[in-house]
Design a protein. Structure first.
Length: 260
């Protein structure tokens, strides 16, 4: 069974890619919406949440856990790998493909403050972005709008203009999405960018890496039934809406609210 968790509903963008690659596998997804957003919390607080949710997923028989949250990956992935027996897959900042593909040599990254402070992001920047200019932009307020289901609202467009226009003005031709909530805003981002930016979503690469680890460790099961369970620690309505937008075959009884 594949466990997935995020600070809220954003990791559904990662579940989408995982489910597309491995539709017959069983998934349990935890949206920690009662504690969202993680971006404003301390590393210790995030580690504590990641620890509790990982314990919960392992009790649910998770054989591998995907930390489908850039901020949680930055703060907690090392701790999780040291303290739990199952493999963990985190969100990798997609700086490398952006740097390779950029024609202008200028790349924008839209992420949370927690992601920008993380050693994983900083190491990736040092390793792959030495020959390009990176424009960093925190997306304050965007996570909250996605959590509220407001992915097509005028408020979203106003915030995106504030964040993306300076990136375009700086000459960037690539935009790296550094938060799993942001893929749900792709249409709004495209509208604001008006073809000036190519959007890079790391979720497909993370799904491929997860599949590779499953195959390398012989975790893949032929006995799974393709069951998808979605749990929220807070409001579940946006989670239902986004899952059903991706896959209408998920049953109503596969959603639950639970205190973790």
């Amino acid at each position: 069974m594949i466990g997935i968790f995020d600070s809220g509903v954003g990791g559904i963008s990662v579940w989408k890619e995982l489910h597309g690659l491995m539709p017959n596998q069983d998934f349990v997804y935890v949206a920690d919406s009662a504690y969202c957003p993680y971006g404003r919390k301390s590393a210790d607080e995030i580690i504590e949440r990641a620890k509790k949710i990982s314990e919960f997923l392992i009790k649910k028989n998770a054989d591998i856990i995907v930390v489908a949250c850039n901020t949680a990956t930055a703060a907690a992935i090392k701790y999780l790998r040291l303290h739990f027996p199952v493999p963990f897959v985190g969100m990798e900042p997609a700086i490398k493909p952006a740097a390779i593909e950029s024609k202008s040599g200028i790349v924008g990254v839209l992420a949370t403050a927690g992601t920008f402070k993380g050693s994983l992001y900083l190491n990736t920047l040092t390793k792959f972005a030495s020959n390009i200019k990176v424009i960093e932009q925190t997306g304050d307020g965007l996570v909250e709008l996605v959590e509220s289901g407001k992915i097509c609202e005028h408020e979203v467009e106003l915030l995106l203009k504030k964040y993306i226009n300076p990136i375009i003005d700086a000459g960037a031709d690539k935009l790296v999405l550094g938060c799993t909530h942001y893929p749900f805003l792709v249409e709004a981002i495209k509208k604001v960018a008006n073809n000036a930016l190519t959007i890079i979503n790391p979720a497909p690469a993370v799904a491929l890496q997860t599949q590779k680890i499953i195959n390398d460790n012989n975790i893949m099961s032929t006995k799974n039934s393709g069951t998808n369970i979605f749990i929220s620690t807070g409001n579940i309505e946006t989670l239902k809406m986004l899952v059903n937008k991706i896959n209408h075959s998920v049953n109503e009884h596969n959603f639950a609210v639970q205190n973790i």
